[in-house]
Design a protein around this ligand. Structure first.
Ligand code: 7TS
Length: 408
């Protein structure tokens, strides 16, 4: 894989910001979009746009084929057993909310447990808090190691026969840890619990096989993997989705409607009320083709190498604290520069053309656990190069000089 060549397919990267060539290091927040995805969206709107599942006219059936074709691509991409196990959603957040509001509320009772970790993104935390409040279930947290990793013995000790649901992230958006979700799924199942995997930070960067993981639910967002914003997916095992009640009601999802009672369509459409995100699904299908052509294993290898290089370069800067494991980290590095507020760090980096995220990264409990209010984070994707890391390191050295004493 040649990242320098690949980046030419991302027109947005070819610009100057504040007088410097842009170095985009915020792909964990959202990725940039390559020409094949932009072209697929343009072609869809220029030739095929119509509403789906209703028109007998030609554009209607073309749009339906494009939308349902994208679902088949997602199913193959995740190695789902059945295409109807793929529900299109607005993203990871909506997918997790659907499971928490429908599945969790129907199975949890007082005395039951929902098991999470303290490093979850708010999107994989608050829906479960709400489900726990509504059902009387208790929230429990698997303890984490100082570098953010999980020990299987702690997982074993936290999940009990009272656990109904385990929900955790595959890859942490702050610590860069990769959790052993396959082993955790096996422990959950041993106790009769179901497991939801938050795939927001794994799906764009590594090969994911939901059957091999044996997870019950899996959620991800298209916009972090070269697709447009507004599209994502929930994968759920068919036998579970079949028992779940929809949480959104209206057009598209019904079978028969009477004045006082209605019935729902079969899977997957019963969970897709209203006109769906048709162009978004088309864009997601094109993004999957694009990523598969490069190869997810290649993308993962490239990012791990960049993250290791970044860890090494940033470790050379006195006074810079890096969070997360020193090895086996996914493609991101979270850090603080002495006592300088990360927003100030990000502002100076931006003046050098380097885009990083600063803040709590939607992980307030994790920030408290790290005993910081916020951090800065550089996150990589297939279009980032070693030169980008060098630019980050150089800009950080300048930032340090700018803020002067008190660092290092
Ligand atoms: N889960 C994880 C692990 C995430 O990193 C994110 C977004 C979400 C869920 C929510 O995804 P959404 O597409 O539904 O919003 N993470 C980030 C981030 O790290 N910076 O900005 C968004």
């Amino acid at each position: 894989m040649n990242a320098s060549e690949l980046r030419k397919l991302f027109p947005i990267l070819d610009q100057e910001v504040n007088g410097h060539p842009l170095v985009y290091l915020d792909s964990a927040a959202t990725s940039q979009k390559p020409i094949p995805v932009l072209e697929a969206l343009k072609a869809y709107y220029e030739h095929d746009n119509a509403n789906v599942h209703r028109g007998v006219h030609t554009l209607g059936s073309r749009a339906t084929d494009a939308y349902e074709g994208a679902r088949e691509k997602v199913a193959a991409f995740l190695n789902a057993r059945y295409t109807e196990e793929i529900i299109f959603t607005r993203g990871t957040t909506t997918a997790i909310n659907l499971v928490a509001a429908s599945y969790a509320r129907s199975v949890c009772r007082e005395g039951d447990e929902i098991v999470l970790t303290p490093i979850e993104h708010h999107s994989n935390l608050i829906p479960w808090q709400q489900a726990a409040k509504a059902t009387g279930a208790t929230l429990k947290y698997i303890p984490v190691q100082p570098d953010g990793s999980l020990l299987l013995e702690d997982v074993e000790a936290t999940i009990t026969p009272n656990t109904k649901m385990v929900a955790l992230t595959y890859v942490s958006n702050v610590m860069g840890t990769v959790n052993p979700v396959k082993q955790i799924a096996a422990i959950a199942h041993k106790h009769g619990a179901k497991i939801l995997v938050d795939g927001a930070q794994s799906t764009p960067h590594m090969k994911v096989d939901v059957r091999d993981l044996d997870c019950d639910f899996y959620a991800f967002s298209g916009h972090k993997m070269c697709a447009p914003t507004g599209i994502g997916c929930l994968y759920g095992k068919k036998e579970l989705l079949e028992k779940m009640e929809p949480v959104e009601f209206g057009g598209e999802m019904i079978d028969h409607v009477d004045l006082y009672e209605s019935t729902w369509k079969e899977l997957p459409w019963r969970f897709e009320g209203g006109t769906p995100i048709i162009a978004g699904a088309v864009g997601l299908g094109a993004a999957i083709d694009f990523l598969q052509e490069i190869g997810l294993d290649e993308i993962e290898r490239h990012e791990h190498e960049l993250a290791a290089y970044a860890y090494e370069r940033l470790s050379e800067i006195d006074g810079l604290a890096i969070y997360g494991p020193s090895k086996n980290r996914s493609g991101l590095v979270t850090f603080n520069l002495g006592e300088v507020h990360p927003h100030d760090v990000a502002t100076v980096l931006d003046s050098e053309g380097v885009a990083v995220r600063a803040g709590h990264h939607c992980c307030q409990p994790l920030m408290r656990w790290l005993a910081v209010t916020a951090t800065a984070r550089a996150s990589f994707y297939l279009y980032n190069t070693h030169e980008d890391v060098d630019r980050l390191a150089a800009a950080l050295v300048k930032t340090k000089e700018y803020f002067g004493h008190g660092i290092g």
